[in-house]
Design a protein around this ligand. Structure first.
Ligand code: G1P
Length: 289
């Protein structure tokens, strides 16, 4: 079985739900405590053993590339002022040379199309997909849990969590093949953003995937689906006819940072756990509640 070495992270979206905050900066650079959102999902991938990160980017997203590169004047200035702790924080997020690639999604045709744009960089091997809006607070991380699971089961794995049934039209939703026992189970169907009345369950796809490269051929043929976009869920549903597909209910708490409330809860949860800021932040919250 080939290992999961690469991850695709789509970053071309406009962040419509959090405008105007994202009018002139990519939503992936919104801060989460002391680092931008994208830093969390990239670090999660490298910490899970991924060797190569592929960002599917778009117009107006150049600042993301700068974030993962050296900033010569900044670093030289910090060095000259002996600000070695800040310098170390700045440098910590710069990946090893050659371990991050960028390709552009030239038109906003949906998540399935964004993933397809990275097909040549992935080649013929299994890969992960991580959506940067979805920040998952968990130790080990959700992706690390899934990579561990993949080493046991192979096939395709998608992270899921239970959501209120009235929210199914915001997510991809899966149906379990049999009675669920444990965190990992086989899937019999999946559908993108179903009406609650038609949803096969309340198990929502939560922004982390491990997929086989055969998905690319199917994505190429996938017609526009929910919202008029080429949906990854539709191609995965087609791949399920050929290969094993598992849902994995990860251990952790997800925050949808593509919404203002989700971004706020992520900041609060992470700030409370931050060793430097947590105690003072908690005091502040207590004084306000
Ligand atoms: C995407 C996926 C959906 C998944 C969701 C998780 O939707 O298409 O299946 O449940 O991410 O956040 P989006 O939020 O991009 O509309």
């Amino acid at each position: 079985m080939k290992p999961v070495r690469k991850v695709i992270i789509p970053v071309a979206g406009h962040g419509t739900r959090v405008l105007p905050a994202t009018k002139s900066i990519p939503k992936e650079l919104l801060p989460l405590v002391d680092r931008p959102l994208i830093d969390y999902v990239v670090r999660e991938a490298f910490d899970a053993g991924i060797e190569h990160v592929i960002l599917v980017t778009g117009r107006g997203k150049g600042a993301i590339e700068d974030y993962f590169d050296h900033a010569f004047e900044l670093e030289t200035g910090l060095e000259a002022k002996n600000k070695s702790d800040i310098l170390a924080r700045v440098r910590k997020s710069i990946p090893k040379a050659g371990s991050i690639s960028y390709t552009r999604q030239q038109a906003p045709l949906g998540l399935g199309h964004a993933v397809w744009c990275a097909r040549d960089i992935i080649g013929d091997e299994p890969f992960a997909v991580s959506l940067p809006d979805v920040v998952i607070d968990g130790a080990p991380s959700a992706l690390a849990q899934m990579v561990g699971e993949y080493e046991k089961t192979g096939g395709n794995i998608i992270a899921v969590e239970e959501v209120p049934i009235e929210d199914t039209n915001k997510y991809g939703v899966v149906a379990a093949k049999a009675e669920r026992a444990g965190r990992s189970f086989e899937i019999s169907a999946m559908v993108e953003k179903p009406d609650p009345a038609k949803a096969p369950s309340n198990l929502a796809i939560t922004g982390r995937y491990i997929l086989q490269p055969e998905i690319f051929g199917l994505l190429e043929k996938t017609a526009r689906g929910a919202g008029g976009e080429i949906q990854l869920t539709d191609a995965m549903d087609a791949l399920m006819a050929q290969q094993a597909f598992y849902a994995y209910e990860y251990e952790g708490v997800s925050h949808d940072c593509g919404s203002t409330l989700g971004w706020l809860t992520a900041n609060a949860a992470l700030a409370l756990n931050n060793p430097e800021l947590g105690a003072a932040y908690k005091e502040f919250l207590k004084s306000r509640l």
